[in-house]
Design a protein around this ligand. Structure first.
Ligand SMILES: N[C@@H](CCC(=O)N[C@@H](CSS)C(=O)NCC(=O)O)C(=O)O
Length: 320
């Protein structure tokens, strides 16, 4: 069996699968009849034709792949892409990244296309109508409007979404101290359709910061704990550089390298990263703890402009 770490991960319709590193010898390695790319997913060689390797995606144990058994193509540029619409028919996961240009906040809509149940992570008040319209247009039912933590730079949209989309319940970490319908603690699961997000306590930016880990799609929503090539500041609320460092190293960098990480903000136009990239290139979190604390103590960032409005509003989950 060939392990996944020998192969560059590539994106197939939002999920990562094994790719082929450049080089003939690696290509030959792929021509083994069966490649185990994780303990959950297998690729099987189907045939080779016109410099194209046809492979079969096959579920081993995860429910999301219960029906997933489809033809892919591995092209000469060493990227896997979908060939057959069969995958889409059987691929029930919906994912959309939304953005607020004022606070540079990302909101994530996730849904099970079969059951229509959807969750929204880190909605922004000013975009509640946009988000509700999208959810209605694509025919989903929002069951949870959830926050990664009590934000200081914008007012959450959870309260407004509850009134725009009746039946929606708000979620936040118990340690945030904020009001919500559901309070999560480390290890709790949030289920929508056949999918589950797992809450991992990642304090440091605030006490109540949660990272939502989505093992079925090899994703994690890191809130402000880990930003792309950065991290959340630790100079207000219950900020602690040491706790943030431990959270990232113990709960995020321990995820498989190919997991895609989605932060709550980006200020440079980037959209996502991976565990492997951040372990290698994060200019703060690749340092020792002492060096990290020194960096964080000297960021000298101005306070978020909205903090005096956002914190009181977010303490009641946007109902103010
Ligand atoms: N200028 C923005 C706030 C920018 C900021 O402080 N971002 C926070 C996350 S939102 S509380 C942060 O942790 N930044 C870390 C960094 O390194 O930039 C505003 O005025 O709202």
């Amino acid at each position: 069996m060939t392990r996944m770490d020998k192969y560059s991960p590539v994106n197939v319709d939002g999920a990562y699968f094994a790719g082929v590193p450049a080089g003939e010898s690696d290509l030959h390695a792929l021509l083994r009849p069966q490649i185990l790319i994780s303990n959950k997913i297998e690729l099987k060689l189907s045939c080779v034709k016109n410099n194209t390797i046809f492979i079969m995606l096959q579920k081993v144990s995860l429910p999301m792949y219960k029906f997933a058994k489809s033809l892919c193509v591995l092209n000469k540029a060493h990227h896997v892409r979908l060939l057959s619409s069969a995958v889409n028919q059987e691929h029930n996961f919906f994912f959309r990244q939304l953005f607020d240009t004022v606070s540079s906040t990302y909101t994530y809509l996730l849904a099970d296309k079969r059951t229509k149940e959807a969750v929204l992570i880190d909605p922004v008040l000013e975009h509640a109508e946009r988000d509700a319209t999208l959810i209605n247009e694509v025919g989903f039912k929002l069951i949870y409007a959830m926050n990664t933590h009590m934000h200081a730079d914008h007012v959450t949209g959870t309260g407004k979404l509850k009134s725009l989309l009746p039946g929606t319940r708000s979620i936040i970490g118990k340690a945030s101290g904020a009001q919500a319908d559901i309070h999560l603690v480390d290890g709790d699961l949030v289920t929508f359709g056949e999918y589950q997000l797992q809450a991992a306590a990642t304090p440091g930016h605030t006490n109540g910061c949660l990272t939502y880990i989505f093992n079925q799609q090899s994703m994690a929503f890191t809130g402000d704990t880990l930003l792309i090539r950065g991290c959340g500041r630790t100079d207000f609320q219950e900020g602690s550089s040491e706790r943030l460092y431990q959270s990232v190293h113990n709960r995020i960098f321990t995820l498989p390298d190919h997991y895609t990480l989605y932060p709550a903000h980006d200020y440079k136009g980037q959209t996502a990263t991976t565990v492997a990239e951040e372990k290698k290139y994060n200019p703060r979190l690749t340092k020792t703890l002492q060096e990290f604390i020194h960096i964080m103590d000297n960021l000298n960032l101005p306070y978020p402009k909205m903090i005096d409005k956002a914190l009181p509003a977010n303490r009641v989950c946007g109902l103010y």
